[in-house]
Design a protein around this ligand. Structure first.
Ligand code: ASP
Length: 325
């Protein structure tokens, strides 16, 4: 195993934060080398090279930066001495950056995001252990062509399914309905399933002018008039249940479609697809008939990233719709 080389790209997050007496909270403080030095046993797994990409809290991450990160990963992966890549990241948006890269990057080498729920100075900090687990996965031949993965708390999740489910617990990352694809044990990495029908979006541009709107009971169309005025390119709407919507927004959605804005519908329910099984006013069937795209079982934050990538390449509803659900 020791002849393998894993590159660790650091981007920031709690994993690289320490308590600051002046501001009385966690702040970015740990550089890439210090992060690696804290990982007991790393040297026994493989050779590790560290590249500092950024040191930001992950709410500061943007799709443009995700794209630059993806380009960097593909560039590093071209080196035949590199077996796999680990990316350290904040937990708040790791499900977004990892999913963006899953759709965007070209390499089939293992790409593994990891993070921590406790700062480097916190009691019971989980960063070092998570890095060790991520490096084990990234250096494993079993992890080739598995798509981008997120590894925390010894569980291996697919970027497509994973989401943060608890604001504080170290066991926060789950893949609702589908479950983890594997786990990291003391002596080896164990995979139990593969993701089928993995999607790649071949584009060198992204459309950034895309909004995400969450529905609420009693909602009206005011926000959509604002978005039409702003000339947005696309909107992801997070509806209820099977994708059904409050009646007062139906008119606003029609006006957006008339203004050539691409509208993608997903659900606020954490498991299952949106589908046109209801035909009452505001339900999915009439919305689909006027041109709303059904977003399958994606969360709204992932549907937005997918639409950004798709609209970097395609502009019409018919072209874009083929890639959803
Ligand atoms: N706010 C932090 C971040 O996402 C949380 C974390 O890393 O756990 O950067």
């Amino acid at each position: 195993m020791l002849d393998k080389n894993v590159v660790v790209i650091t981007t920031g997050g709690t994993i690289a934060m320490r308590y600051d007496d002046a501001t009385k909270g966690l702040v970015p403080a740990v550089n890439g080398r210090e992060l690696m030095d804290a990982v007991h046993g790393l040297k026994d797994i493989c050779t590790v090279e560290v590249i500092e990409f950024s040191n930001i809290p992950s709410p500061h991450m943007t799709p443009k930066v995700m794209k630059a990160l993806g380009d960097k990963v593909d560039e590093i992966a071209k080196d035949e001495n590199v077996a796999g890549i680990v990316i350290t990241h904040g937990t708040d948006t790791v499900e977004e950056s990892s999913y963006f890269l899953d759709l965007y990057i070209k390499t089939e080498k293992p790409v593994v995001f990891t993070a921590a729920m406790r700062g480097a100075s916190d009691l019971g900090s989980d960063g070092a252990k998570n890095i060790l687990s991520a490096v084990k996965v990234a250096s494993s031949e079993l992890a080739i062509s598995k798509g981008v993965m997120v590894v925390l708390n010894e569980s291996i999740h697919s970027a497509e399914d994973v989401t943060k489910t608890h604001t504080a617990n170290t066991d926060t990352f789950q893949s609702p309905y589908w479950g983890a694809i594997g786990y990291v044990d003391f002596d080896r990495v164990i995979f139990k399933r593969n993701i089928i029908n993995r999607l790649k979006i071949d584009t060198d541009k992204i459309e950034e002018n895309i909004y995400l709107i969450k529905c609420f009971t009693g909602m009206n169309s005011d926000i959509f008039d604002f978005l039409i005025d702003k000339k947005v390119a696309g909107v992801v709407i997070e509806g209820f249940g099977r994708g059904n919507l409050p009646p007062l927004i139906v008119d606003g959605i029609k006006r957006m479609i008339d203004a050539n804005i691409i509208v993608v519908l997903v659900s606020r329910v954490i498991e299952g697809r949106v589908l046109d099984v209801y035909s009452y006013f505001g339900a999915v069937k009439p919305m689909k008939e006027i041109g709303v795209i059904l977003g399958g079982e994606l969360t709204s934050q992932k549907a937005r990233l997918k639409l950004m990538l798709l609209m970097g390449r395609y502009r019409t509803k018919n072209e874009i719709e083929k890639y959803f659900d």
